[in-house]
Design a protein around this ligand. Structure first.
Ligand SMILES: N[C@@H](CCSC[C@H]1O[C@@H](n2cnc3c(=O)[nH]cnc32)[C@H](O)[C@@H]1O)C(=O)O
Ligand SMILES: [Zn+2]
Length: 441
């Protein structure tokens, strides 16, 4: 099965390669050819291939084709809790609203909540995401059916009883789903956060991750309160707490937030495998603070982008995260030259791919990589005139400008029509379930 994207402006996100007009040939799940226009005439095999009748044609005229966006930190079923509880401090929001609501959520709620998030993500140009939640089997099922790429983690909190059940669920997820769904699903282990994971529990999860040779996905230093709590309990910063437990010795680690870091904390993270997931909109909305993104990048730490759950994020539109990330850093440093447009797009593509340990497969458009890409329609007033495409994409585009979304060589949305899920059914089911879950909280 081949798909030929014709006459499109190609932004490969491979180093600082400038956008160019050309064609892309997809063969099954991979990128087979990327052909600049001026090379087509001298390449008869390509021309012969393009005119083959079994090729599905996509007219990419007036569209930019770029790597799909990668949301490196999500709690997808929380889309059912979007707008249910806003304007609260994190721990109040978590303890008084989220945890009670989550206690009512059934495995089927996770399936439909995750599908509602995936509908929103596909529409706004996200092709891969990292999820940390519970009842992960149903979420994996939804990912398998819808066709997205996902890194899945069973989030582990150790404040309540029956920890065994949660650990068993985490191991089942890894054993049943890692590498499944045509390789689109990968898995990690997820101790929730320093303040919900005492040392012994954290050591247990680290041992598990080392045994399975899989990464760790954890929240870190999101709020000032967390820093105070950990200092009171352990006399350390949250980062030092993780470092002393040996978290960074062998494992690939994804650290969500990492807002409140001292200079010494950043040194602890220097040279780590994996890196930091920056969630600027969530940090803004929860009043958490501004993560030291520029400083971490200067130390060579990989920094990708995520939205966090729809409970604390406002939408799952990664174009919004891109804008918030670059504009926050410019404001924080009083310097408009920090985190320029191209670098902010890299955070949402290849840098997030590195965090999910899938950058060998996706994150840039290169021959041989997986065919995960989006087509953005420039033919609209807010994206014209086209002086610098990279600036337009970083500073002007939004999720509604995405016309087509392709994952693993399969078209999930074309001309803004979702092709692998029934959007009205998902909206109906999501509403029905959300009402029950939040009743009386
Ligand atoms: N509550 C579940 C664990 C789910 S893991 C993911 C957890 O992270 C929580 N969460 C979502 N966003 C944030 C955030 O920004 N900071 C910390 N926790 C969050 C979310 O509400 C959820 O409880 C259990 O008891 O097994
Ligand atoms: Zn989170």
């Amino acid at each position: 099965m081949r798909i030929h994207i014709r006459n499109t402006t190609i932004l490969t996100m491979n180093q600082e390669e400038a956008p160019f007009i050309g064609d892309i040939m997809i063969h099954n799940d991979r990128i087979e050819h990327i052909i600049p226009k001026d090379e087509q005439a001298i390449n008869p095999t390509i021309l012969e291939l393009m005119n083959h009748d079994s090729v599905q044609e996509i007219d990419g005229t007036n569209m930019v084709t770029m790597p799909g966006l990668i949301n490196a930190h999500q709690h997808t079923p929380m889309n059912l809790l979007k707008g249910f509880s806003d304007d609260l401090k994190l721990m109040d929001w978590l303890e008084k609203k989220m945890f009670p609501a989550e206690a009512r959520m059934t495995p089927e709620d996770m399936y439909w909540g995750s599908k509602l998030s995936m509908a929103e993500m596909i529409r706004s140009g996200t092709t891969a995401f990292a999820d940390m939640y519970m009842h992960m089997n149903q979420i994996a099922q939804a990912v398998d059916e819808v066709g997205m790429r996902a890194s899945l983690t069973r989030g582990l909190v150790f404040q309540e009883d029956d920890q065994g059940a949660r650990i068993r669920e985490a191991i089942e997820l890894v054993e049943n789903w890692h590498g499944q769904a045509d390789g689109r699903i990968t898995t990690m282990f997820g101790p929730h956060a320093p303040y919900t994971c005492p040392p012994d529990s954290l050591r247990e999860v680290i041992k598990l991750a080392e045994h399975y040779q899989l990464p760790i996905h954890i929240h870190l230093a999101e709020t000032k309160e967390e820093v105070v709590t950990i200092r009171e309990h352990y006399g350390q910063t949250p980062t030092q707490y993780l470092y002393e437990l040996g978290l960074f010795e062998q494992l690939h680690v994804m650290l969500a937030h990492s807002v409140h870091l001292t200079k010494r904390d950043i040194q602890y993270l220097k040279g780590m495998r994996g890196g930091v997931i920056h969630n600027p909109v969530s940090n803004l909305k929860l009043g958490c603070g501004i993560a030291p993104v520029t400083e971490m990048m200067q130390q060579g730490i990989t920094v990708g982008l995520g939205t966090d759950g729809a409970g604390s994020a406002t939408t799952l539109d990664m174009f919004q995260e891109i804008k918030a990330a670059t504009w926050l850093q410019k404001l924080d440093h009083g310097d408009p030259t920090v985190l320029p447009a191209y670098q902010s797009l890299q955070m949402a593509t290849i840098e997030s791919a590195k965090l999910l340990a899938i950058d060998h497969e996706t994150g840039t458009l290169e021959v041989g990589k997986k065919a995960d890409m989006i087509l953005i329609d420039l033919n609209r007033p807010h994206l014209q005139p086209v002086h610098h495409i990279v600036s337009l994409l970083a500073y002007s585009a939004n999720g509604a400008d995405v016309d087509t979304t392709i994952v693993n060589g399969k078209i999930l949305m074309q001309h803004r029509q979702l092709l692998t899920l029934d959007e009205q059914e998902v909206i109906h089911e999501g509403n029905r379930r959300a009402k029950r879950i939040i009743e009386g909280i």
